[in-house]
Ligand binder design. Structure first.
Ligand code: OAD
Length: 231
């Protein structure tokens, strides 16, 4: 079995990392994404943008994977033993899938624990706060290695290639509000794949899914993984 998994902020919610949308406290209810997550915002007020991502980086460093991350890693290992494969595409910029043991993770929106030079494009590890005077070896200014609104997500060729060979699609903890990720389920359906959604509540594109399971990802994902591994 070739499984394509798409994850979003909901998979990390129970690890204490905020979601952007959804019931209760959500980041984009408190903050305006246009002031914090666009290239224009960074050009206008880089200190404000750094503060936002610095706080999220510190929070991430103190967080741990939850049962949903662990179950998805177990699924990858279990399918590999049976000759199958998992492609885990995440919109999340955290590293909780990797820390739970997932090996093949595609970070289409970048990674919070990396910084990128605005001049030469070099990507470097980054576990500390960034400031407006944080510089690359070439003297260019460093920015968070994340994809902002208006920028092109990363690894799109790899992602569409994985969708081409998949035979099951599952989305975990994503609102279906942000494209292109929100459009993957439609591509998957067009290829005849069975599609499953795991989320706290129906996503914006819930109607595209054949199998919908609602509740906390830490509870629903392990039982779904168990079902897949028993098939
Ligand atoms: P969202 O914050 O848009 O959606 C998170 C989804 O997870 C919502 O539908 C919640 O109801 C659900 N949820 C919350 N807690 C949950 C839990 N414990 N278990 C399961 N589901 C839960 O997150 P994404 O869809 O990942 O991009 O957002 C996509 C992109 O929008 C992000 O990558 C980010 C954001 O703006 C950028 O910053 C460019």
């Amino acid at each position: 079995m070739n499984l394509f998994i798409l994850t979003g902020a909901g998979v990390s919610a129970e690890s204490g990392l905020g979601v952007f949308r959804g019931p209760g406290a959500a980041l984009w209810k408190r903050y305006d994404p246009m002031q914090l997550a666009t290239p224009q915002a960074f050009a206008r007020d880089p200190a404000l943008v750094h503060d936002f991502y610095n706080a999220r980086r510190r929070n991430l460093i103190g967080a741990s994977p939850n049962a949903a991350h662990v179950a998805l890693a177990r699924l990858e290992a279990g399918l590999a033993q049976r000759g199958g494969a998992v492609t885990l595409v995440t919109q999340n910029i955290d590293d909780l899938h990797e820390r739970a043991g997932s090996r093949r993770v595609i970070h289409m929106h970048g990674e919070l624990l990396k910084a990128r030079c605005g001049s030469c494009g070099m990507v470097v590890d980054c576990r500390n706060d960034l400031a407006i005077d944080s510089r690359c070896g070439c003297a260019g200014a460093l920015r968070p290695h994340v994809v902002w609104f208006g920028e092109t997500p990363l690894y799109m060729d790899q992602i569409y290639a994985a969708l081409d060979v998949a035979d099951l699609f599952v989305a975990v903890g994503t609102s279906g509000a942000v494209y292109p990720a929100a459009g993957f389920v439609r591509e998957a359906r067009a290829k005849g794949l069975r599609c499953c959604e795991i989320n706290l509540e129906p996503s914006e594109n819930a109607a595209e899914f054949d199998d919908r399971r609602y509740g906390p990802a830490s509870e629903i994902t392990p039982s779904w993984v168990q079902e897949i591994l028993e098939q």
